[in-house]
Structures are given as structure tokens and as C-alpha cells.
Design a protein around this ligand. Structure first.
Ligand code: GLY
Length: 393
């Protein structure tokens, strides 16, 4: 009996799998076509020498930034994903126009965010166009970032010293290691990768709690490497789990495994994934509140940017684990993508100031960018769509 049914079951499973893939293919295509149109609206509201930042619907007000801002790479990066997936040369030309104003940041040694700024932009541009000028910008940026390495800690200094913090290292900084590792593996100094590994090891040792949630900021004495304090800047409190910080850690350690094949990084990423996915305060739709320990749950704002970063990271993590784990991570990423693509999170054409996603949080404690669109929410959403299409369809 079972033997007779076996081929029917197989055909059924195959058909369900095929239809699911078809649905995702359609959904991804639709999102890129939408993004292409929507970003033409965003472009009209972004002066030529500026980058988009956010939009306040209540006042119909756009906020833009200069190229120093840590998010200046995301707009050209998003346009490049749009171009890659729609072949609309408008997106490529607009990205290349913005790269011209961003290029000067390749000598900026006052920010650890050069990875965000220069690799989401020039990294994608070089991957797609192979233009050697873009490679030169990446090389220079990696060298500039490496100057912030403090060997006594050893780690890269995130923000410059202030009255409150002597040598702060933030969990977000894990993301900037991609620029260093990629450059080291594409003709740049091998020292860049060494720095990235030392930074990742120090962060693994000092930023994480027993449950694999992470502190936002660890402040060090750069002369001795001693920890001064562990605090938050953007989280609910010093011991809370700020959602985007957890997502940066998840993405960062997954990416470090890509470059090193060091299983310590892979295990770290899996532990972070476990913390996120089993957290009792993670809503069923997998779009986190801005902090897993926000004071007014369940009435706290959600953070679509954290969800986008998580989706993209889960898709990469799915590449490095066994089949059972892969299925789970991909299913979770798919759920996030579907929910972010729903009217609750994805804007309608012409709304949301031309941004793709609604409902992100920049810094709630600073009352800045609360429940608004953000360039990085869009960027990692597009990256997740692209990764899903490239790896799982
Ligand atoms: N510092 C980057 C962030 O707000 O996540």
C-alpha cells in the first residue's frame, strides 16, 4: 500500500515545492519592480549632493544627509540591487552618480562605519561592473578603517573618544569587518583580515552575555585593553537586547564564517539565531520590537530594519549548516520577507516618501527616527530578496 502511494506522495511534494518556489519568484520580482518605481520618487526628493535618510509622513518632510553619515552607502547599494534584478539602467546611472559624491569618504579615518558606507555601495558596484576604479576606492577605504585598530584591546575603535566613552566598541562594528576581509582576500593587505579576526574574537569574548544576547557598547582603556564599562546607546537599557544590535551580531558572525571558515564564528551565529528565534518577546510575524526588553511591550514600535538584517543573515547562515537547520533558517527568512512585503510594512507606490519599508526605529532613546522608513531597512530587504532568488530558487 505504502509502496503504491510512494510515487503519488513524491509527485505531491514536488508540486507543492514547485508552487512555493513559483510564488516566491513572483513575490521577489514584484518587490524589485516596485522598488524600481518607488526609488525614482525618492530620487526626486534627494538633492544631487545629498543622500536620503528618512521621511516623516506626518509633516510630509524628507531628511537627507551628507556623505559623512554612516548610512551614505545604502542608497547607492539599494539602487545596485534594483539594477541587478530589473536591468533598469536608470537605477545603475543614479547609483553611479551617487558613488561620485561618496568616493571622497575613502580617506575618512574618523568613523568605523566605512564598511557600511563603502562596501554596501562600492562593494556592490565592483561586484556588478568590475570597474577597477571602484576596487581602488575599496582598497583605500579598507586602509582607512584599519587605522582605527587598537592593538592593546585588540579591536577597532567604533566612535571617537568623548567625555563619556574613552574607546567605545559597538556590536554594529561587526558589520564593518566585511570590507576588511573582502579586501584582504582580493589583493589587499593580509593584515586587514587579521585585524577583522582579532576584532571578532574580542567582541565574542566581551560583548556577549550567557544567553548570547549582546551589549551594545563596550568601553575600553585603549592603553591596557581593560574594560571600563558595558552600556547601551540605542537600547532600552544597559542590560537589554537592542534588536538591531542582535541582528548585526547575527549577520556579522555569519559573514566572518564566510571569510574564515572558523567554526567558532559559525557557532556564535547559531547561538545568536537561537536567542532571537526563541525569544518570548519576538512577535509571531518575526518582525521584532525595537528592543527585546522594551518597557511597554506589546505596544512598543517594531523595527523593520532589524527584521531585514535578520532575513538576509538567516539566508546566508542557511548556506553553512545541515539540511534540517537550513530549512528552518530559510523558512524564518521567508516568513520575514513575506511579512515585510505585506501592506503592513511595505509602502504603496508614491507613499512613504519613496522609501520601500515603513516602521523602523533609528534611536528611540534619542527620540530620533522612531517608526519611520530608513535606508538600511530597504537595503537589507533588497539584499534578502536577492539572496533568496540567487540561493534558494
Ligand atoms: N549604528 C548603526 C545602527 O543604528 O544600527
Amino acid at each position: 500500500m505504502i509502496r503504491k502511494r510512494f510515487p503519488i506522495l513524491l509527485i505531491l511534494l514536488f508540486t507543492v515545492g514547485f508552487l512555493n518556489a513559483q510564488n516566491m519568484r513572483k513575490l521577489i520580482k514584484k518587490q524589485f519592480e516596485f522598488a524600481d518605481k518607488q526609488y525614482k520618487i525618492l530620487q526626486q526628493h534627494t538633492p544631487e549632493n545629498r543622500m536620503p535618510k528618512t521621511y516623516y509622513a506626518k509633516d510630509n518632510k524628507w531628511e537627507t544627509s551628507d556623505t559623512h553619515w554612516w548610512c551614505s552607502g545604502f542608497y547607492p547599494g539599494s539602487l545596485l540591487y534594483i539594477y541587478e534584478n530589473t536591468k533598469d539602467t536608470f537605477a545603475l546611472n543614479e547609483a553611479e552618480r551617487r558613488l561620485k559624491i561618496l568616493q571622497k569618504e575613502d580617506h575618512n579615518t574618523h568613523t568605523h562605519d566605512l564598511g557600511f558606507m563603502m562596501f554596501t555601495s562600492f562593494g556592490n558596484a565592483y561586484r556588478i561592473t568590475h570597474n577597477p576604479l571602484y576596487k581602488a576606492v575599496i582598497d583605500t577605504s579598507a586602509a582607512a578603517l584599519s587605522t582605527r585598530f587598537r592593538p592593546k584591546i585588540p579591536a577597532i575603535q567604533s566612535w571617537d573618544s568623548s567625555k563619556k566613552l574613552r574607546c567605545p566598541v559597538i556590536i554594529d562594528n561587526m558589520m564593518n569587518l566585511e570590507l576588511l576581509c573582502w579586501d584582504a582576500q582580493h589583493g589587499g593587505s593580509k593584515r586587514f583580515q587579521k585585524i577583522a579576526e582579532l576584532h571578532a574574537n574580542t567582541t565574542m569574548k566581551n560583548h556577549f552575555r550567557k544567553d548570547y544576547s549582546s551589549f551594545h557598547v563596550v568601553d575600553y582603556n585603549p592603553e591596557t585593553g581593560a574594560i571600563i564599562k558595558r552600556v547601551t546607546a540605542q537600547g532600552a537599557n544597559d542590560s537589554s537586547a537592542w534588536s538591531r544590535g542582535q541582528a548585526w551580531g547575527l549577520y556579522g558572525y555569519t559573514m566572518m564564517y564566510r571569510f574564515t571558515k572558523d567554526t567558532a564564528y559559525l557557532n556564535q551565529a547559531k547561538h545568536i539565531a537561537h536567542f532571537i528565534l526563541t525569544n518570548p518577546n519576538l512577535p509571531k510575524d518575526l518582525i521584532p520590537y525595537w528592543d527585546y526588553n522594551a518597557p511597554n511591550l506589546p505596544d512598543a514600535p517594531r523595527d523593520a530594519s532589524a527584521a531585514s538584517v535578520m532575513a538576509s543573515a538567516f539566508l546566508e547562515l542557511g548556506q553553512y549548516v545541515d539540511e534540517k537547520e537550513r530549512k528552518q533558517y530559510v523558512a524564518d527568512a521567508k516568513k520575514i520577507i513575506r511579512n515585510l512585503s505585506s501592506p503592513e510594512y511595505r509602502a504603496k507606490l508614491g507613499e512613504n516618501g519613496g522609501f520601500i519599508l515603513k516602521h523602523s526605529v533609528g534611536s528611540l532613546p534619542a527620540h530620533s527616527e522612531v517608526d519611520v522608513p530608513l535606508t538600511y531597512a530597504d537595503y537589507y530587504f533588497l539584499e534578502a530578496l536577492h539572496r533568496y532568488k540567487e540561493w534558494y530558487l
